[in-house]
Design a protein around this ligand. Structure first.
Ligand code: NAP
Length: 287
């Protein structure tokens, strides 16, 4: 952990790896537009360094974002926790106030706004199929449940993790139907795809060149109308398949934008300059 490299920063994104993150370009454009003269950086923090990082952050930062794989590991270090993020077990935004760390998650807000922007789709009444039940999906599923979706379908390689999320959702939202499957159970998946009105790709598959698809894409052939949102902000194999078959499709860039804008609003109390942040993110992704 190279704290000297970020000693001029008041905000950071931490993760491992973190070098690929576009958050600094986007957040620094926002901070500049607000005239705050503060700097947002990125810092690689390994799992056994979180305690040391947190001790330093309490003294030196105004806030930080957390990315993979620390969204859950940060929890024991937080002095105050947003109840929805606590239910989801995933935090991506921390405010540092008077030495205290106050945590919440803006991933669900970001995804909700990105889905509305991409597909003009209000969440209430949607039947949402999640591929992947990691931290981002957990945070989002609880947000979506609170926004009145009609049905959640959770598909994950490790079934125990999907079962565990389903159990927590059923306790918090007893009226909401929640179903679980593994990607290899194609009969169950076919049924879920048949009834879904929105598919969210929330696995890490597609981050690296050569990654396989998270499911057999032929199962989508009967649903050219199904909107596909991939949380990854690069052209994944699933997105390419969806586009080639005329399905409404969007990548995760505006999720990143909206979750980051909400973090900035939480930290500064000011209306985030979304247009400037969006333009900076576009430039960074084209570079
Ligand atoms: P995470 O907690 O590490 O979860 C990873 C998910 O991917 C789990 O469901 C995991 O399944 C699945 N997975 C990983 N490798 C797999 C493989 N080889 N085969 C099948 N499934 C696999 O990560 P996260 O924070 O939820 O992030 C998930 C995705 O969302 C990432 O691609 C990330 O880039 C994206 N994201 C985007 C934004 C944005 O602003 N656009 C924000 C947050 C996250 P198991 O449970 O079986 O391991």
């Amino acid at each position: 952990m190279d704290l000297d490299s970020v000693c001029n920063c008041r905000y950071l994104v931490i993760g491992d790896p973190v070098a690929h993150s576009r958050s600094p370009e986007m957040q620094n454009a926002g901070l500049e537009a607000l005239g705050l003269g503060r700097v947002y950086g990125k810092l690689r923090v390994m799992a056994d360094e979180i305690g040391d990082f947190v001790a330093w952050a309490r003294l030196h930062l105004d806030g930080f974002n957390i990315t993979v794989p620390h969204k859950e590991r940060i929890i024991p270090f937080l002095d105050e926790r947003d109840p929805v993020a606590e239910l989801a077990g995933s935090f991506n935004t921390v405010s540092c106030r008077g030495g205290k760390l106050i945590g919440c998650s803006t991933d669900g807000y970001g995804l909700e706004n990105a889905v509305q922007e991409a597909f003009q789709l209000p969440l209430a009444g949607q039947r949402v199929l999640f591929l992947g039940t990691g931290g981002a999906a957990c945070a989002t599923a609880f947000r979506f449940a609170s926004r009145g979706v009609a049905h959640l379908m959770l598909v994950n390689r490790t079934k125990a993790k999907a079962d565990e999320l389903a159990a927590r959702l059923r306790v918090a939202y007893p009226e909401l139907p929640v179903d679980v499957a593994v990607p290899g159970d194609e009969a169950a998946l076919r049924e879920m795809i048949g009834s879904a009105t929105l598919l969210i790709q929330a696995t890490s598959l597609g981050l690296k060149d050569g990654d396989p698809l998270p499911m057999n894409p032929d199962l989508l052939l009967d649903r050219p109308d199904l909107p596909v949102f991939d949380t990854i902000y690069r052209p994944t194999p699933l997105l390419r398949f969806a586009e080639a078959h005329g399905m409404p499709a969007a990548d995760g860039r505006w999720m990143l934008l909206h979750q980051g804008a909400r973090s900035m609003e939480i930290w500064t109390g000011k209306q985030p300059p979304v247009a400037q942040m969006r333009a900076a993110l576009e430039r960074s992704l084209q570079a």
